[in-house]
Design a protein around this ligand. Structure first.
Ligand code: ATP
Length: 379
Protein backbone atom coordinates (compact mmCIF):
# COMPACT_ATOMS: atom_id res chain seq x y z
CA UNK A 1 0.00 0.00 0.00
CA UNK A 2 1.60 3.28 -1.11
CA UNK A 3 1.66 6.24 1.25
CA UNK A 4 2.11 9.82 0.19
CA UNK A 5 2.24 13.29 1.55
CA UNK A 6 1.27 15.97 -0.93
CA UNK A 7 2.44 19.50 -0.08
CA UNK A 8 1.73 18.82 3.57
CA UNK A 9 2.20 21.73 5.94
CA UNK A 10 1.73 21.37 9.66
CA UNK A 11 1.60 24.46 11.84
CA UNK A 12 1.16 23.74 15.56
CA UNK A 13 -1.12 26.04 17.58
CA UNK A 14 1.99 27.75 19.02
CA UNK A 15 2.94 28.83 15.48
CA UNK A 16 5.79 26.30 14.95
CA UNK A 17 5.89 25.21 11.31
CA UNK A 18 6.86 21.57 11.82
CA UNK A 19 6.27 20.55 8.19
CA UNK A 20 6.66 22.99 5.34
CA UNK A 21 5.16 21.80 2.05
CA UNK A 22 6.41 18.24 2.40
CA UNK A 23 5.88 16.04 -0.64
CA UNK A 24 6.92 12.43 -0.33
CA UNK A 25 5.74 9.20 -1.93
CA UNK A 26 6.51 5.83 -0.39
CA UNK A 27 5.89 2.99 -2.78
CA UNK A 28 4.01 -0.19 -1.96
CA UNK A 29 6.22 -2.51 0.13
CA UNK A 30 9.02 0.01 0.27
CA UNK A 31 11.15 0.53 3.40
CA UNK A 32 11.49 4.31 3.58
CA UNK A 33 13.44 6.14 6.24
CA UNK A 34 12.89 9.75 7.24
CA UNK A 35 16.07 11.08 8.80
CA UNK A 36 17.15 14.45 10.11
CA UNK A 37 18.33 16.30 13.19
CA UNK A 38 16.21 16.78 16.29
CA UNK A 39 13.23 19.03 15.69
CA UNK A 40 13.26 18.77 11.88
CA UNK A 41 9.69 17.42 11.80
CA UNK A 42 10.20 13.66 11.38
CA UNK A 43 7.86 12.60 14.15
CA UNK A 44 5.26 15.09 13.00
CA UNK A 45 5.39 13.58 9.49
CA UNK A 46 4.81 10.12 10.95
CA UNK A 47 1.98 11.31 13.19
CA UNK A 48 0.28 13.00 10.26
CA UNK A 49 0.45 9.70 8.33
CA UNK A 50 -0.94 7.84 11.35
CA UNK A 51 -3.73 10.39 11.77
CA UNK A 52 -2.58 11.42 15.25
CA UNK A 53 -2.05 14.96 13.94
CA UNK A 54 -4.07 16.72 11.30
CA UNK A 55 -2.26 18.43 8.42
CA UNK A 56 -2.84 22.18 8.32
CA UNK A 57 -2.69 22.07 4.52
CA UNK A 58 -2.09 19.36 1.92
CA UNK A 59 -3.16 15.75 1.55
CA UNK A 60 -2.17 12.43 3.05
CA UNK A 61 -2.90 9.52 0.77
CA UNK A 62 -2.90 5.90 1.86
CA UNK A 63 -3.32 3.40 -0.94
CA UNK A 64 -4.16 6.24 -3.33
CA UNK A 65 -7.12 7.51 -1.28
CA UNK A 66 -7.04 10.84 0.51
CA UNK A 67 -6.98 9.89 4.19
CA UNK A 68 -7.09 13.36 5.80
CA UNK A 69 -10.46 12.72 7.43
CA UNK A 70 -10.01 8.99 8.14
CA UNK A 71 -9.66 8.36 11.91
CA UNK A 72 -6.37 6.71 13.01
CA UNK A 73 -8.04 3.38 13.90
CA UNK A 74 -9.37 3.04 10.36
CA UNK A 75 -6.14 3.84 8.55
CA UNK A 76 -4.80 0.30 8.86
CA UNK A 77 -1.41 1.53 10.02
CA UNK A 78 0.48 0.26 13.08
CA UNK A 79 2.91 2.50 14.88
CA UNK A 80 5.86 1.40 17.03
CA UNK A 81 7.45 3.97 19.32
CA UNK A 82 10.76 4.42 21.04
CA UNK A 83 9.06 3.88 24.41
CA UNK A 84 7.65 0.43 23.92
CA UNK A 85 4.34 1.40 25.53
CA UNK A 86 3.67 -2.10 26.87
CA UNK A 87 1.10 -2.71 29.60
CA UNK A 88 3.14 -3.60 32.71
CA UNK A 89 0.42 -5.72 34.34
CA UNK A 90 -0.06 -7.91 31.25
CA UNK A 91 2.09 -10.84 30.16
CA UNK A 92 4.00 -10.79 26.88
CA UNK A 93 1.25 -12.84 25.26
CA UNK A 94 -1.52 -10.59 26.57
CA UNK A 95 0.30 -7.52 25.38
CA UNK A 96 0.55 -8.96 21.87
CA UNK A 97 -3.04 -10.14 21.83
CA UNK A 98 -4.43 -6.93 23.29
CA UNK A 99 -4.28 -4.89 20.08
CA UNK A 100 -6.19 -7.67 18.30
CA UNK A 101 -8.72 -8.09 21.05
CA UNK A 102 -9.61 -4.40 20.74
CA UNK A 103 -10.24 -4.83 17.03
CA UNK A 104 -11.42 -8.43 16.88
CA UNK A 105 -15.01 -7.65 15.88
CA UNK A 106 -14.05 -5.03 13.34
CA UNK A 107 -11.48 -7.41 11.82
CA UNK A 108 -14.06 -10.21 11.81
CA UNK A 109 -11.75 -12.62 13.67
CA UNK A 110 -12.85 -15.60 15.74
CA UNK A 111 -11.16 -16.07 19.12
CA UNK A 112 -9.12 -18.94 17.71
CA UNK A 113 -7.98 -16.90 14.75
CA UNK A 114 -7.01 -14.09 17.09
CA UNK A 115 -4.94 -16.44 19.25
CA UNK A 116 -3.29 -18.01 16.22
CA UNK A 117 -2.27 -14.61 14.91
CA UNK A 118 -0.85 -13.48 18.24
CA UNK A 119 1.13 -16.72 18.58
CA UNK A 120 2.44 -16.51 15.05
CA UNK A 121 3.68 -12.95 15.58
CA UNK A 122 5.36 -14.04 18.82
CA UNK A 123 7.03 -16.96 17.07
CA UNK A 124 8.30 -14.87 14.16
CA UNK A 125 9.90 -12.49 16.65
CA UNK A 126 11.44 -15.28 18.71
CA UNK A 127 9.30 -14.63 21.80
CA UNK A 128 7.89 -18.16 22.14
CA UNK A 129 9.72 -18.86 25.39
CA UNK A 130 8.80 -15.55 26.98
CA UNK A 131 5.04 -15.46 26.56
CA UNK A 132 4.26 -15.74 30.28
CA UNK A 133 6.66 -13.02 31.44
CA UNK A 134 5.79 -9.47 32.39
CA UNK A 135 7.51 -6.59 30.56
CA UNK A 136 9.67 -5.74 33.59
CA UNK A 137 11.22 -9.24 33.35
CA UNK A 138 12.50 -8.56 29.83
CA UNK A 139 15.56 -6.83 28.39
CA UNK A 140 15.09 -3.66 26.33
CA UNK A 141 15.61 -5.59 23.08
CA UNK A 142 12.99 -8.17 24.09
CA UNK A 143 10.51 -5.46 25.04
CA UNK A 144 10.94 -3.82 21.68
CA UNK A 145 10.32 -7.18 20.04
CA UNK A 146 7.06 -7.50 21.97
CA UNK A 147 6.04 -4.05 20.71
CA UNK A 148 6.91 -5.19 17.19
CA UNK A 149 4.98 -8.44 17.57
CA UNK A 150 1.95 -6.48 18.81
CA UNK A 151 2.09 -4.26 15.72
CA UNK A 152 2.69 -7.25 13.44
CA UNK A 153 -0.21 -9.30 14.80
CA UNK A 154 -2.56 -6.65 13.53
CA UNK A 155 -1.29 -7.33 9.99
CA UNK A 156 -1.47 -3.65 9.09
CA UNK A 157 -0.95 -2.42 5.58
CA UNK A 158 1.59 0.14 6.74
CA UNK A 159 4.15 0.05 9.56
CA UNK A 160 5.26 3.31 11.12
CA UNK A 161 8.34 3.27 13.33
CA UNK A 162 9.38 6.22 15.46
CA UNK A 163 12.99 5.75 16.61
CA UNK A 164 12.14 2.22 17.82
CA UNK A 165 15.74 1.27 18.57
CA UNK A 166 17.05 4.32 20.37
CA UNK A 167 16.70 2.86 23.86
CA UNK A 168 18.82 -0.18 23.02
CA UNK A 169 22.55 -0.60 23.53
CA UNK A 170 24.73 -0.50 20.42
CA UNK A 171 24.95 -4.23 19.91
CA UNK A 172 21.26 -5.02 20.46
CA UNK A 173 20.44 -2.12 18.23
CA UNK A 174 22.55 -3.53 15.46
CA UNK A 175 20.99 -7.00 15.84
CA UNK A 176 17.44 -5.67 16.01
CA UNK A 177 18.11 -3.55 12.93
CA UNK A 178 19.00 -6.69 11.02
CA UNK A 179 15.94 -8.48 12.28
CA UNK A 180 13.74 -5.59 11.25
CA UNK A 181 15.14 -5.60 7.76
CA UNK A 182 14.67 -9.35 7.54
CA UNK A 183 11.14 -9.03 8.86
CA UNK A 184 10.39 -6.46 6.19
CA UNK A 185 11.67 -8.85 3.53
CA UNK A 186 9.42 -11.60 4.84
CA UNK A 187 6.29 -9.53 5.40
CA UNK A 188 6.61 -7.07 2.50
CA UNK A 189 4.64 -4.31 4.21
CA UNK A 190 5.14 -0.65 3.39
CA UNK A 191 7.28 0.77 6.16
CA UNK A 192 8.10 4.31 7.19
CA UNK A 193 10.88 4.52 9.75
CA UNK A 194 11.97 7.69 11.51
CA UNK A 195 15.43 8.18 13.00
CA UNK A 196 17.96 10.93 13.68
CA UNK A 197 20.76 8.43 13.08
CA UNK A 198 22.05 8.66 9.54
CA UNK A 199 23.91 5.36 9.77
CA UNK A 200 20.69 3.61 10.77
CA UNK A 201 18.92 5.30 7.86
CA UNK A 202 21.61 4.23 5.40
CA UNK A 203 21.56 0.60 6.52
CA UNK A 204 17.77 0.21 6.69
CA UNK A 205 16.24 2.28 3.94
CA UNK A 206 15.48 1.32 0.36
CA UNK A 207 15.23 5.07 0.03
CA UNK A 208 15.77 7.79 2.56
CA UNK A 209 14.30 11.25 2.87
CA UNK A 210 16.62 13.73 4.56
CA UNK A 211 14.76 16.50 6.38
CA UNK A 212 15.82 19.80 7.88
CA UNK A 213 13.65 22.58 9.32
CA UNK A 214 10.40 20.98 8.25
CA UNK A 215 11.33 20.40 4.63
CA UNK A 216 12.62 17.48 2.66
CA UNK A 217 16.14 18.25 1.44
CA UNK A 218 16.64 15.15 -0.68
CA UNK A 219 15.00 11.81 -1.35
CA UNK A 220 17.00 8.96 -2.81
CA UNK A 221 18.69 5.63 -2.28
CA UNK A 222 21.38 5.59 0.42
CA UNK A 223 24.02 5.70 -2.34
CA UNK A 224 22.34 8.71 -3.98
CA UNK A 225 22.31 10.85 -0.89
CA UNK A 226 25.81 9.77 0.12
CA UNK A 227 27.49 10.16 -3.26
CA UNK A 228 25.36 12.90 -4.81
CA UNK A 229 24.10 15.12 -2.00
CA UNK A 230 21.71 17.77 -3.30
CA UNK A 231 23.06 20.42 -0.97
CA UNK A 232 25.55 21.17 1.72
CA UNK A 233 23.19 20.23 4.52
CA UNK A 234 22.75 16.68 3.18
CA UNK A 235 26.48 16.41 2.44
CA UNK A 236 27.30 17.32 6.03
CA UNK A 237 24.58 15.20 7.61
CA UNK A 238 25.25 11.92 5.82
CA UNK A 239 28.49 9.95 6.09
CA UNK A 240 30.39 8.10 8.80
CA UNK A 241 32.95 10.89 9.10
CA UNK A 242 32.13 14.55 8.48
CA UNK A 243 32.78 15.75 4.95
CA UNK A 244 35.61 18.29 4.58
CA UNK A 245 34.29 21.71 3.60
CA UNK A 246 36.66 24.35 2.30
CA UNK A 247 35.52 27.89 1.46
CA UNK A 248 37.19 29.43 -1.59
CA UNK A 249 36.74 30.61 -5.16
CA UNK A 250 36.61 29.17 -8.62
CA UNK A 251 39.09 30.39 -11.23
CA UNK A 252 39.35 29.44 -14.89
CA UNK A 253 42.25 29.31 -17.31
CA UNK A 254 43.00 27.50 -20.55
CA UNK A 255 43.50 24.21 -18.69
CA UNK A 256 40.06 24.38 -17.12
CA UNK A 257 38.57 25.42 -13.80
CA UNK A 258 40.28 25.27 -10.46
CA UNK A 259 39.13 25.62 -6.90
CA UNK A 260 41.42 27.93 -4.96
CA UNK A 261 41.57 28.63 -1.23
CA UNK A 262 44.74 30.04 0.25
CA UNK A 263 47.48 27.40 -0.29
CA UNK A 264 45.03 24.96 -1.84
CA UNK A 265 44.56 24.81 -5.61
CA UNK A 266 42.72 21.83 -7.06
CA UNK A 267 41.41 21.11 -10.57
CA UNK A 268 37.62 20.86 -10.93
CA UNK A 269 36.52 18.06 -13.25
CA UNK A 270 34.67 19.63 -16.18
CA UNK A 271 32.26 16.73 -16.51
CA UNK A 272 31.09 16.99 -12.95
CA UNK A 273 30.10 20.57 -12.35
CA UNK A 274 27.79 22.96 -14.01
CA UNK A 275 27.80 26.57 -12.97
CA UNK A 276 25.52 29.36 -13.84
CA UNK A 277 27.34 32.29 -15.48
CA UNK A 278 25.83 34.58 -12.90
CA UNK A 279 27.12 32.64 -9.92
CA UNK A 280 29.59 34.55 -7.78
CA UNK A 281 33.05 33.03 -8.48
CA UNK A 282 34.29 34.07 -5.06
CA UNK A 283 31.86 32.25 -2.84
CA UNK A 284 32.07 28.52 -3.27
CA UNK A 285 32.56 25.66 -0.89
CA UNK A 286 34.39 22.55 -1.93
CA UNK A 287 33.24 19.37 -0.23
CA UNK A 288 35.26 16.19 -0.22
CA UNK A 289 34.84 13.15 1.98
CA UNK A 290 37.81 11.85 3.98
CA UNK A 291 37.46 8.62 1.95
CA UNK A 292 38.20 10.50 -1.26
CA UNK A 293 41.57 11.76 -0.03
CA UNK A 294 44.39 9.26 -0.18
CA UNK A 295 47.45 9.37 1.99
CA UNK A 296 50.79 9.06 0.14
CA UNK A 297 49.27 7.73 -3.09
CA UNK A 298 51.40 5.63 -5.43
CA UNK A 299 53.08 7.50 -8.31
CA UNK A 300 50.91 5.82 -10.97
CA UNK A 301 47.70 7.25 -9.48
CA UNK A 302 47.94 10.16 -11.90
CA UNK A 303 44.21 10.89 -11.66
CA UNK A 304 44.65 12.26 -8.13
CA UNK A 305 45.38 15.93 -7.47
CA UNK A 306 48.29 16.18 -5.05
CA UNK A 307 48.93 18.57 -2.17
CA UNK A 308 51.46 18.46 0.63
CA UNK A 309 50.53 19.07 4.23
CA UNK A 310 51.56 18.48 7.77
CA UNK A 311 49.87 15.93 10.04
CA UNK A 312 48.15 17.77 12.88
CA UNK A 313 45.98 14.98 14.36
CA UNK A 314 46.11 11.19 14.46
CA UNK A 315 42.95 9.41 15.65
CA UNK A 316 43.01 5.60 15.75
CA UNK A 317 39.62 4.08 14.85
CA UNK A 318 40.31 0.37 15.06
CA UNK A 319 41.17 -0.97 11.63
CA UNK A 320 42.06 2.48 10.33
CA UNK A 321 43.26 5.87 11.38
CA UNK A 322 41.71 9.26 10.79
CA UNK A 323 44.29 11.95 10.16
CA UNK A 324 43.99 15.69 10.30
CA UNK A 325 46.39 17.19 7.76
CA UNK A 326 47.03 20.92 7.61
CA UNK A 327 47.54 22.38 4.16
CA UNK A 328 48.27 26.11 4.39
CA UNK A 329 45.60 27.41 6.77
CA UNK A 330 43.13 24.57 6.15
CA UNK A 331 42.96 21.26 7.97
CA UNK A 332 41.41 18.37 6.09
CA UNK A 333 40.72 14.90 7.39
CA UNK A 334 41.45 11.71 5.55
CA UNK A 335 41.39 8.09 6.57
CA UNK A 336 44.05 5.52 6.09
CA UNK A 337 44.67 1.92 6.97
CA UNK A 338 48.38 2.66 7.02
CA UNK A 339 48.08 5.85 8.97
CA UNK A 340 49.28 4.21 12.17
CA UNK A 341 52.82 4.68 10.92
CA UNK A 342 52.23 8.40 10.54
CA UNK A 343 53.16 10.78 13.30
CA UNK A 344 52.12 14.28 14.20
CA UNK A 345 54.05 17.07 12.48
CA UNK A 346 55.23 14.74 9.73
CA UNK A 347 54.92 16.09 6.15
CA UNK A 348 52.75 13.92 3.92
CA UNK A 349 51.38 13.98 0.40
CA UNK A 350 47.61 13.81 -0.09
CA UNK A 351 45.90 12.64 -3.30
CA UNK A 352 42.47 14.27 -3.84
CA UNK A 353 40.07 12.27 -5.99
CA UNK A 354 38.31 15.26 -7.52
CA UNK A 355 35.85 13.06 -9.39
CA UNK A 356 34.34 12.48 -5.94
CA UNK A 357 34.38 16.12 -4.89
CA UNK A 358 31.36 18.39 -4.47
CA UNK A 359 30.91 22.07 -5.05
CA UNK A 360 28.29 24.14 -3.24
CA UNK A 361 27.24 27.70 -4.01
CA UNK A 362 26.74 30.30 -1.32
CA UNK A 363 23.15 29.15 -0.73
CA UNK A 364 24.46 25.62 -0.17
CA UNK A 365 23.05 24.13 -3.38
CA UNK A 366 25.18 21.57 -5.18
CA UNK A 367 26.72 22.50 -8.50
CA UNK A 368 26.99 18.86 -9.57
CA UNK A 369 25.44 18.08 -12.93
CA UNK A 370 22.09 16.42 -12.46
CA UNK A 371 22.40 12.73 -13.12
CA UNK A 372 19.76 10.63 -14.76
CA UNK A 373 17.73 9.02 -11.98
CA UNK A 374 19.02 5.50 -11.70
CA UNK A 375 15.88 3.64 -10.87
CA UNK A 376 14.25 3.25 -7.48
CA UNK A 377 10.80 2.14 -6.51
CA UNK A 378 8.89 4.90 -8.24
CA UNK A 379 11.17 5.33 -11.25
P1 ATP B 1 13.10 14.65 17.55
O1 ATP B 1 14.09 13.83 16.80
O2 ATP B 1 13.72 15.56 18.57
O3 ATP B 1 11.93 13.87 18.07
P2 ATP B 1 11.56 15.50 15.23
O4 ATP B 1 12.37 15.70 14.00
O5 ATP B 1 10.78 14.27 15.35
O6 ATP B 1 12.49 15.72 16.50
P3 ATP B 1 9.08 16.89 15.69
O7 ATP B 1 8.80 16.19 16.96
O8 ATP B 1 8.28 16.51 14.50
O9 ATP B 1 10.62 16.77 15.31
O10 ATP B 1 8.95 18.44 15.95
C1 ATP B 1 9.08 19.42 14.93
C2 ATP B 1 8.94 20.80 15.53
O11 ATP B 1 7.61 20.99 16.02
C3 ATP B 1 9.83 21.09 16.72
O12 ATP B 1 10.24 22.42 16.66
C4 ATP B 1 8.95 20.82 17.92
O13 ATP B 1 9.37 21.60 19.02
C5 ATP B 1 7.61 21.27 17.40
N1 ATP B 1 6.49 20.51 18.01
C6 ATP B 1 6.35 19.16 18.04
N2 ATP B 1 5.19 18.80 18.62
C7 ATP B 1 4.57 19.96 18.97
C8 ATP B 1 3.32 20.27 19.61
N3 ATP B 1 2.48 19.30 19.98
N4 ATP B 1 3.03 21.56 19.80
C9 ATP B 1 3.87 22.54 19.41
N5 ATP B 1 5.06 22.32 18.81
C10 ATP B 1 5.41 21.06 18.57
Amino acid sequence: MAVSLESVTKVYPNGVVALDEVTLTIADNEFAVIVGPSGCGKTTALRVIAGLEEATRGNVRIGGRVANRVPPAERDVAMVFQSYALYPHMSVYENIEFSLRMRRRRLGLSRDEMRARAREAATVLGLGELLGRRPRELSGGQRQRVALARAMARQPRVFLFDEPLSNLDARTRWETRRELKELHRTLSVTTVYVTHDQLEAMTLGDRIAVMDHGSVQQIGTPADVHDRPANRFVAGFVGTLPMNFIAGRVTADAAGERFVADAISLPLPRARFERSERADPDEWTLGIRPEAIELEPAAERTELARLRGRVSAVEPMGSEVVLGVTVGRQTVSCRSARGDRVERNQWVELGFDMSRSHLFDKRGASAARPLVWNGGPDG
